[in-house]
Design a protein. Structure first.
Length: 485
């Protein structure tokens, strides 16, 4: 029977194959010679299914997420799928040509696991009872041969690079980006200890993956800023480099400090543009260094891949820095540089009853200043006062501009009288500048919302202005309020 010949041909082709890729390709070629179908062998690599061999279609998907497509479902569940109406299956992913029948069988892996999926699609109806056992038998033979050859192919270095480069774009902050970059360097290079050496005014420092510490990394960091700076300058001046074997057999002139701590293999790649470190250490760039205590001769292509990885990481770092600056700009008053009402509201949400005091601050006769001397004079007064108040507050106190001439300070105190003392200090500082302010003070009470505390501070401010300005008033403890001045 023709199908018996198909199975015999597949078995023979698999036995002759010297690699997993060759086995999959030969099995697909034999199968395609017996039926005009679209055929694919999909094997798991890292977090997706990769198409190891295919035939019968002009277009194929190179990879498929585990949670996508019929093949993904078969791989996840280990159960075959037979479709006679592909439009009725929510998991079906079309390659383009219309499909009448799809049979997908799990490829068995070691120990009863699922090692992949063997997928066959016909454009015209076929006898399912005839073809189903054939597809399952071929899947079983492919699985057996893959196991005999040592298992499915591992993720290539370029695939690792791509996977990690994509992850850089979703890093939340610099710490997460650093961690992902170091993990990527470790996986792509195959070496144990990655680090980023960054220059600074006091010398270079080694940034290590604190989630995966190594003794070699600790010894590297302990070399100190001067030694790390010398190595960083040389690596940036001469570009990427790697070692060729055991340093004891070649001599490691100039690298004695590294070999003295146990480094036997090293790859170094410049990172970033390399601008003036004294002017801006963050913009100076650095060196991606990957080392190991084993004497390994790296593939010459690895430094090239690490260069690409470093470029992606630096671009992502620039993205995070840009987002940070935009966020600061969006949340800050462009005139004084103080944060405005949005961040102020967020800070109020973290207020602690009995410890957090709010100071409502208003410049006295500010409208008169604007009317007599113009808005430029008013703007200068706002900027000068903001600087004065900031310089007068304690470390940890926070100042916001929440209106035209309205400021608010959020302070943490141990005793209620501290809040009044700080408010009086602010009023004195304003007088020395030649201006006067009125200040209302309210200490958040137990079970009181921050919004109510702010209303009491505003009412105390109104009282200070009503009774002559240039003064401080403390709100009564959690008294009912009728309005905000």
């Amino acid at each position: 029977m023709p199908l018996d010949q198909l199975l015999e041909g597949v078995t023979s082709a698999l036995d002759d194959a010297a690699s997993v890729t060759e086995a999959c390709e030969r099995a697909v070629e034999v199968f395609a010679a017996h039926t005009p179908a679209m055929i694919a062998v999909l094997l798991p690599v890292q977090d997706h299914l990769r198409c190891a061999a295919a035939a019968g279609s002009w277009h194929v998907y190179s990879t498929l997420p585990f949670d996508s497509g019929v093949a993904g479902r078969v791989y996840r569940t280990g159960r075959r799928a037979v479709l006679t109406d592909v439009s009725a299956d929510a998991d079906y992913v079309s390659l383009g040509p219309p499909v009448a029948v799809e049979i997908c069988a799990p490829i068995p892996g070691p120990g009863g696991t699922t090692g992949g999926a063997f997928n066959v699609e016909w454009r015209t109806p076929v006898d399912i009872d005839l073809w189903l056992p054939v597809v399952e038998a071929v899947a079983a033979r492919i699985g057996a041969r893959i196991s005999a050859l040592g298992g499915p192919p591992t993720e290539s270095d370029s695939e690792k690079l791509l996977r990690h480069a994509l992850s850089f774009g979703t890093a939340r902050d610099e710490r997460q980006l650093l961690h992902r970059s170091l993990v990527a360097a470790r996986e792509v290079s195959g070496l144990s200890t990655p680090a980023v050496l960054l220059p600074g005014r006091a010398g270079a420092r080694a940034l290590l993956d604190d989630r995966n510490p190594t003794a070699l990394g600790d010894r590297l960091a302990a070399l100190g800023p001067e030694v790390l700076s010398q190595f960083t300058v040389r690596a940036r001046r001469h570009g990427s480099g790697y070692t060729l074997g055991d340093p004891s057999q070649f001599g490691a002139h100039g690298f004695e400090q590294l070999t003295s701590i146990g480094v036997r293999t090293m790859i170094s790649v410049p990172v970033g543009p390399g601008r003036d470190a004294d002017a801006d250490p963050r913009s100076a760039g650095g060196v991606l260094l990957v080392v190991d205590e084993r004497a390994i001769r790296p593939d010459p292509a690895i430094p090239n891949l690490l260069e690409l990885l470093a470029a992606h990481a630096w671009t992502s770092l620039d993205r995070l820095e840009t987002l940070r600056r935009l966020s600061e700009k969006a949340s800050s008053d462009p005139l004084t540089g103080l944060r405005h009402y949005g961040p102020f509201g967020e800070r109020l949400a973290r207020a602690t009853p009995g410890r957090t005091a709010l100071l409502a601050i208003d410049i006295d006769r500010f409208k008169q200043l604007n009317d007599e001397y113009g808005h430029q004079a008013g703007d200068r007064a706002l900027v000068d006062l903001a600087r004065t108040l900031l310089a007068t507050l304690r470390s940890g106190d926070e100042l916001y501009r929440i209106g035209g001439d309205e400021f608010a300070a959020v302070i943490e105190v141990k005793r209620p009288e501290e809040a009044r003392m700080i408010a009086e200090r602010l009023a004195q500082a304003a007088r020395r500048q030649g201006r006067t302010i009125s200040v209302g003070v309210a200490l958040q009470a137990a079970a009181e919302s921050a919004a109510d505390t702010l209303r009491r501070a505003d009412q105390a401010l109104y009282e200070a202005k009503r009774t002559g300005r240039d003064s401080v008033r403390v709100a009564a403890s959690n008294r009912p309020t009728s309005g905000v001045a």
